[in-house]
Structure formats: C-alpha cells, structure tokens
Design a protein around this ligand. Structure first.
Ligand SMILES: NC(=O)c1ccc[n+]([C@@H]2O[C@H](COP(=O)([O-])OP(=O)(O)OC[C@H]3O[C@@H](n4cnc5c(N)ncnc54)[C@H](OP(=O)(O)O)[C@@H]3O)[C@@H](O)[C@H]2O)c1
Length: 254
C-alpha cells in the first residue's frame, strides 16, 4: 500500500491502482493513495471500511473492476460481486466518511449501434454481462451523496492485435492519452458542474486508432470477431472539451 504516515485526512484514495488505468493515474498523480487488493478487496466490505477508516479520504477514485469481458460471461457471480456489490461497498463508505466519489465507467453502457452518445441519453440495451454489471455499478455510484461518473474507453499503450476493424467506430484512445485527461478531471473535480462526463477522444475507426501505434496492422471486419461488437460506440465529448477549453482559457496565453 502507498500509505502516508498515519493516513493523511483529505487524501485521494484510488481503487484499482494496479490496473492499466490506475498505474497511469499513479504516475501522473503520485500523491494518490492506492491500497492493494489485499488491503482493499471489493468483495470483502470490511476491508473497504478499514481502508476508508485508515486513510479518511476526501475523494475516492473508484477505478477497480472486473474487466475481463469474455470471462464475465462465465464468471457472472464474481463479476457482479466486484463491479456492483463492490461499488456499493465503496458508496457506503464514501457516504459514511463524507467523501466524494469519482466512479470510472465505460462506453459499453451504451448499445453502440448509433454513436455520438451524450451523457444525458438513456444507456443500454447492453451487449454483454460486463456491460450490464458496469451499468448497474453506475446506478449504484449515483447513490453516493457527491459523485461524478466518468465514462471512458482506452487501449493499452500498444495495439495488441495484428488486425483492427474498419467497421467499428469508437472514441477510445490509448491509456496514456486518456489518463492525463482523467487525471485533470480528478484534480479539477470541484469545478465540474455535471454528474456524468465522457472523457475520450474523437470518433474514429478501430483500424485508424490501431495504425497510430502499429503501422503494419491489417484491416479486418467485425464479422470476423467471436463476440458481438458494436458498430459505433463513440461518445459525445463536447462537455469535456468545453470544460478543458474553459480551464486553459483561464490560464491565459503562454
Ligand atoms: N480497459 C478498458 O478498455 C476500459 C474501458 C472503459 C472503462 N474501463 C474501466 O476503467 C477502469 C479501469 O480499467 P482497467 O482496464 O485499468 O482495469 P484492469 O487493468 O483490469 O485493472 C483492474 C483493477 O481492479 C482491481 N480489482 C479487481 N478486482 C478487485 C477486487 N475484488 N478488489 C479490489 N480491487 C480489484 C485489480 O486489482 P489487481 O491489481 O490486484 O488485479 C486491478 O488493479 C474499470 O472501472 C473499467 O471498467 C476500462
């Protein structure tokens, strides 16, 4: 555990600090307090309570989740226990400690047939069990007295596949591109006048995204995939662009 001596009241607690996004956030915001899973296990509510009691955070960034989409279909109990009941445990402790919750969610809460989804549109119908659990987790997160739901989408730093689809549109980007924006939102959360925010980049095909880091990637089509993939899961990111432009304007030139 990254533990300030005695637990500094007013800290920012991060769940999932060992994950892809969590590691980037810790690099960008080294002051975050990130208990390991052994110290804060979402499936053991008492351990969540102990971590909150020790650190007395002012804000919790809840990035931990069961994220294996294929395994979620088989291991539904575990996926639900981590994503939904685990989020409920975090919400309970956040409420008890007067702590604000920044909940990390996903573009997968949308069906992905039309694209440019806005924050205030109704989500669903979801395509898989992981998405169902993350949608339920969002609604649980909204029970926290002070909350911000950030919907995002990212890939590891390098495109991991030899093929990328030309008929799949997305706003996702590489984790090292998206994480700095999420870190900015964490730092500025008090100045965000919304309870839901999409943080991603412009709409593009998965193939276009893949080529940026893997020039030899081959074009493929969604019909080749073993799972049901959305055709256009892109997010409307106007809210986030507006906030960022406003903050940069405040800083003034140079
Ligand atoms: N990856 C994507 O494409 C994507 C897209 C949109 C949204 N998101 C969301 O972004 C967040 C971060 O995703 P990621 O890809 O960075 O995840 P990841 O790499 O799979 O890491 C998941 C993290 O959650 C922790 N975790 C899992 N079960 C736990 C439990 N029972 N108790 C405590 N911690 C537990 C893991 O702990 P260990 O380190 O011990 O394994 C790990 O640190 C998630 O909320 C995810 O739903 C991800």
């Amino acid at each position: 555990m990254t533990r300030p001596p005695g637990g500094a009241a007013g800290s920012i607690l991060l769940t999932g600090g060992g994950g892809r996004l969590g590691r980037e956030l810790l690099r960008l915001l080294p002051g975050l307090v990130a208990p390991s899973r052994a110290e804060l296990d979402l499936t053991r509510p008492a351990s969540v309570g102990r971590a909150f009691g020790f650190h007395r955070p002012a804000v919790v960034v809840h990035a931990a989740a069961f994220t294996d989409v294929a395994r979620a279909e088989r291991d539904r109990e575990e996926c639900w226990a981590v994503n939904v009941r685990g989020t409920a445990a975090v919400v309970r402790e956040a409420a008890r400690h007067g702590c604000a919750l920044i909940h990390i969610s996903t573009d997968y809460v949308f069906h992905g047939s039309r694209g440019y989804y806005r924050e205030d549109e109704p989500p669903g119908p979801v395509r898989n069990y992981y998405a169902l659990s993350k949608l339920a987790a969002e609604e649980v997160a909204r029970l926290a007295p002070r909350h911000l739901v950030i919907r995002t989408s990212f890939r590891p730093r390098d495109w991991p596949h030899p093929v990328a689809f030309v008929d799949l549109y997305t706003s996702q980007d590489y984790v090292d591109v998206v994480a700095p924006d999420i870190a900015l939102a964490i730092v500025k959360w008090r100045q965000i006048p919304y309870d839901t925010l999409h943080i991603a980049t412009e709409r593009k095909t998965a193939f276009e995204l893949a080529r940026r880091r893997r020039p030899d990637v081959r074009p493929g089509r969604r019909s080749e995939a073993a799972v049901d993939l959305p055709e256009d899961i892109s997010l409307d990111i106007a809210r986030w662009r507006g906030l960022k432009a406003g903050w940069l304007g405040e800083e003034g030139p140079g």
